[in-house]
Design a protein around this ligand. Structure first.
Ligand code: ZN
Ligand code: ZN
Ligand code: ZN
Length: 392
């Protein structure tokens, strides 16, 4: 088993200058595509472009990035101080335009844009913007043609730079340490919810600021890919699918390992049938990971795992895509799924997580975060992918 270093105090981070590069890059794509402006609300796009992890509120916070002119961060007055200390603002890359409680924030955005966007121009709004703000902006910009910002930002955000990869690696290693702590037991006799709560606490102790999910799926529950955690008591002689993750300095972790609990009784070890299922899955996960290289279509990664599982007689029991991109969001582009012919490029980060699920009986999934390196896969997770037999 790989030894995992404890969390170091000198954490990687994204330097302020990087936000200037990202803003410039996004802006450089506006003119050639006939886009008047990007309108970016609270969420991962805003954090990516400015470093500002704004609170999601009914009050509008929005980066207005016009094709020409300075970027402006429209923010409610009570958030203006928090906005001012965010990386892009403190680095002088954008200005804050505060609005008061009785102001019309959507009209303020429209005033910052005119005349480019009002007369039939195209504006791209962040994909996850709340409908109330979308409708408000459409009222304030009646002439504008509205599209999704991902049209432009996905290709920028999909390719992670060295700082982002360092953060994803730090998050992955923190999650790996939590896996090892849970594998140390005890598990038998505890409820899934109790173990799930322990996972969340340990994710925070290991440096995550948010413990987003802690799937603890024991016995027959392991056949449900997104079983969360319930009151079921964990018993000796059954598997547990542990799928955990959160975010560390904004960057997400997401890893799945399979445990088998014996309660210390050797007679309660993994059944030969479960071993066979697990070995098939492990071979599929390893082969899909090994297939990662620049130029390989995303759907190929899915197919490699799927072909092996199908050849082992479990094709219909693997009924989800093999992976999703990951970064500032747990699920983002690119997706490793049939039909996505997009070629992998150096710097793309995504999960490789095939699963086999036998309803009413049990299931298994193994998940790593993998970065496409210049010559092949860079696997961020380091904890053992074997079936982890837990005595306690
Ligand atoms: Zn999932
Ligand atoms: Zn997961
Ligand atoms: Zn995942």
């Amino acid at each position: 088993m790989t030894a995992i270093a404890p969390g170091a105090p000198g954490r990687p981070s994204v330097p302020d200058a990087r936000f200037g590069e990202r803003l410039a890059r996004a802006r450089s794509l506006l003119g050639p595509r006939g886009v008047a402006a990007l309108l970016i609300g609270v969420g991962a796009d805003l954090r990516y472009l400015t470093g500002y992890a704004a609170m999601p509120l009914e009050r509008l916070t929005m980066l207005v990035l016009p094709a020409a002119g300075r970027p402006t961060l429209v923010a409610p007055r009570l958030e203006a101080m928090a906005a001012a200390i965010s990386p892009a603002i403190r680095a002088g890359l954008a200005e804050v335009a505060p609005w008061d409680e009785t102001d019309d924030a959507h009209a303020l955005v429209a005033r910052l844009l005119r005349p480019e966007a009002s007369a039939g121009g195209r504006v791209l709004i962040s994909d996850r913007l709340w409908a109330m703000h979308v409708l408000g902006l459409q009222r304030a910009l009646p002439g504008a043609h509205v599209g999704l910002a991902s049209e432009l930002l996905r290709e920028i955000r999909m390719i992670k730079d060295a700082d982002e990869i360092a953060l994803l690696r730090t998050a992955a290693h923190a999650a790996d340490r939590v896996v090892e702590q849970i594998v140390a037991g005890p598990l038998v006799g505890r409820t899934e919810v109790e173990v799930s709560r322990e996972v969340r606490e340990r994710l925070l102790d290991e440096g995550h600021e948010i413990a987003e999910f802690a799937i603890v799926a024991s016995g027959p529950n392991s056949a449900s890919p997104h079983h969360d955690a319930g009151e079921r008591v964990i018993r000796a002689g059954e598997p547990i699918v542990l799928d955990i993750g959160g975010s560390l300095d904004g960057y997400c972790s997401d890893t799945t390992r399979v445990l088998w609990v014996t309660g210390g009784d050797p007679a309660q070890g993994p059944t030969p049938e479960y071993r066979r299922l697990f070995d098939l899955l492990q071979a599929a996960q390893a082969a899909a990971t090994a297939a990662v290289a620049p130029g390989v279509p995303c759907e190929r990664i899915d197919a490699v795992a799927r072909d092996i599982i199908a050849a082992g007689g479990h094709g219909p029991d693997f009924f989800h895509r093999v992976g999703h991109g990951i970064g500032l969001e747990t699920h983002e582009d690119p997706y490793m799924v049939a039909g996505n012919a997009e070629a992998l490029r150096t710097g793309m980060a995504f999960s490789v997580e095939p699963g086999i699920y036998l309803a009413g009986r049990y299931g298994a999934r193994i998940e790593d975060i993998v970065v496409c390196g210049p010559h092949g896969p860079d696997v961020l997770n380091q904890s053992s992918r074997d079936l982890r037999v837990v005595a306690g």
